[in-house]
Ligand binder design. Structure first.
Ligand code: ADP
Length: 181
């Protein structure tokens, strides 16, 4: 199963992806986690990405796409994947489509996690990550509205809507049910 997870920052995509990954038997690939691992290890990629992430801005697409391409080439992703945090722009979506097409592959669907802005701000402020201060959160929500939300229309019929407010387990049940139907 090859799925993209969409939704605003703080929508709980990472939490849901971890649960879905176990149930579907495909890896959870999170660009945010990959960047944070690189920052932690002090790699050149991490050094390049850090200033953008700290400011709540998007890391340049060429850097991000190269990182995703090499992750998708790892053996565990041959069975499928849950892509969380990529694509974040229509340009990145086109890159992903081409990348998959080069191996004769397609996405099976795009899960869109729907949450109100009040809930996402509350969730981000409570998790206390380095880039979760109020100013950065505002920047990231603006980037989401301007650059990422247009992907909902871009993916059209491939979109599977998930109501992402409420309990973690309840949201997970909804996502699994939506994938079955
Ligand atoms: P959140 O879902 O809360 O926004 P992520 O862990 O997905 O958190 O992303 C954290 C940061 O990593 C983003 O604010 C951005 O700076 C960078 N990032 C993640 N994915 C991408 C991407 N596809 N393109 C550019 N930058 C990205």
């Amino acid at each position: 199963m090859r799925l993209v997870l969409l939704g605003p920052p703080g929508a709980g995509k990472g939490t849901q992806a971890a649960l879905l990954s176990e149930k579907l038997g495909v890896p959870h690939i999170s660009t945010g986690d990959l960047f944070r691992a690189n920052i932690g290890e002090g790699t050149p990629l991490g050094l390049e990405a850090k200033s953008y992430i700290d400011a709540g801005k998007l890391v340049p697409t060429d850097v991000t796409a190269r990182m995703v391409e090499s992750r998708l080439a790892e053996p565990d992703a041959a069975a499928g994947f849950l892509l969380d945090g990529f694509p974040r722009t229509v340009e990145q979506a086109d890159i992903l489509t081409e990348l998959l097409a080069a191996s004769d592959l397609n996405l099976d669907g795009v899960l869109n996690f729907r949450v109100s802005e009040d809930v996402v701000v509350e969730r981000m402020l409570s998790r206390g990550r380095a880039d979760d201060n109020e100013e950065t959160i505002r920047t990231r929500l603006g980037v989401y509205r301007d650059e990422t939300a247009p992907l909902i229309e871009h993916y059209g019929d491939a979109i599977i809507e998930i109501k992402a407010e409420g309990e973690v387990a309840e949201i997970n049940d909804r996502a699994l049910a939506a994938l079955k139907s």
